[in-house]
Design a protein around this ligand. Sequence first.
Ligand code: HEM
Ligand SMILES: *[C@@H]1O[C@H](CO)[C@@H](O)[C@H](O)[C@H]1NC(C)=O
Ligand SMILES: *[C@@H]1O[C@H](CO)[C@@H](O)[C@H](O)[C@H]1NC(C)=O
Length: 362
Amino acid sequence: MFTRLSMLLFIAIIPTCLQFAQATQDANALVGLPRPDSTERTSPLDVDRLSSVLPIHDQNGSAPRSSKAIAELKSRAFGQQQRNRNCPAIWKTIAADLKLDFLGCNDHARSAVRFAFHDAAGYSSLNTLYGPASGGADGSLLLNDQEISRDANAPMKTFRDNLLLPKYNTYKSSGVGAADIVQFAGAIGVRSCPGGPRYKTVIGRTDDSNACPDGTLPAAFGANSSYSAIVQLFAQKGFNERDLAALLGAHSTSRAFAQQQNGIPSGRPQDSSPNVWDTAFYRQTQASQAPPGVYRFDSDVNVAQPETTCGKAFTDFGSSPPTDIGSAVWATAFADAMYRLSVLGISKDVVSGLVDCTSAVL
Ligand code: HEM
Ligand SMILES: *[C@@H]1O[C@H](CO)[C@@H](O)[C@H](O)[C@H]1NC(C)=O
Ligand SMILES: *[C@@H]1O[C@H](CO)[C@@H](O)[C@H](O)[C@H]1NC(C)=O
């Protein structure tokens, strides 16, 4: 850690470290932190920083943007013009395309939802604020061969190699970024499951092909699957216990393919209706026993204990009538948390300049 004095010395010696000092002061402006307040400022330093964080999707560093384009993007990122900006039409095409691939809330659909979570959840308040490897919704899970091969991500490698990467390669010449297509596919994945809500879906993130730090993802079994470990990990990403409960409802549609060592035969679901985005997951995770054919994660059972704050949210989300598959109370909480997940690690000033493409999410 820098002390205030050593930081000042550092700045005096190396002018480029000014950015780092600004970053430290601006920690509250990160969307990933809990309920950020509105104290963020703009300053010349922020403006300089923007040229490195604005959406530039040329992975091979070619074709630097014209200064006119950069100026336009800067003003957009500061919220002066973005309200009038429309979602580029290509996203409607991508939505229709992915919808076909995800038909019936299939394995691609569930992988897309988990993929969006794992790309964004590389963010932690413990990470360095700036790249490389600061984590967040930056497309690194799509772009980095090493990150996708980590144990927690490996079950999604087929989805990435056979579906999402080819899609990205198809659409990137139309200005589509890796981080954006990852989060957009997650939103389409949710919508492909009956009952899945739409949530605010934005475009314009900066890609980063550096792997996020290891150890930022939750464990479903073992010591790190305890209530306190999971709650702490999510708090470091800016999510409180109710947010955690809302996000975990995604396991309403999950199947586990790589948990044989934890006693789950390949492909078994975490609730009795894995092709429906419903609240059965909440009730069945809190039940004294899992229904036949349902295999629960220890982490889910641990955080669902009814006397805890997270468990109370499980009870709340699970108490809607089973026929109310859209469960308004859960949908509202999920949509809020999932939007914030989709912009994890992106500073608040940049988030305010992202383009709203919710209308393209069919
Ligand atoms: C405590 C937090 C979490 C833990 C420990 C956890 C763990 C897991 C594990 C072990 C699997 C099975 C992977 C496999 O073997 O194939 C899984 C699947 C899945 N998870 Fe989570 N998860 C967590 C939170 C989330 C969140 C927040 C989301 C989304 C918002 C999510 C979405 C999914 C989905 C959709 C699947 C199914 C993926 C597929 O079938 O390909 N999970 N999760
Ligand atoms: C970068 O360039 C290499 C070599 O030309 C190419 O194989 C690769 O696909 C390019 N990567 C991206 C993301 O465009
Ligand atoms: C649990 O998490 C900590 C902190 O990320 C890590 O150092 C440790 O290796 C993990 N333990 C296991 C059993 O995975």
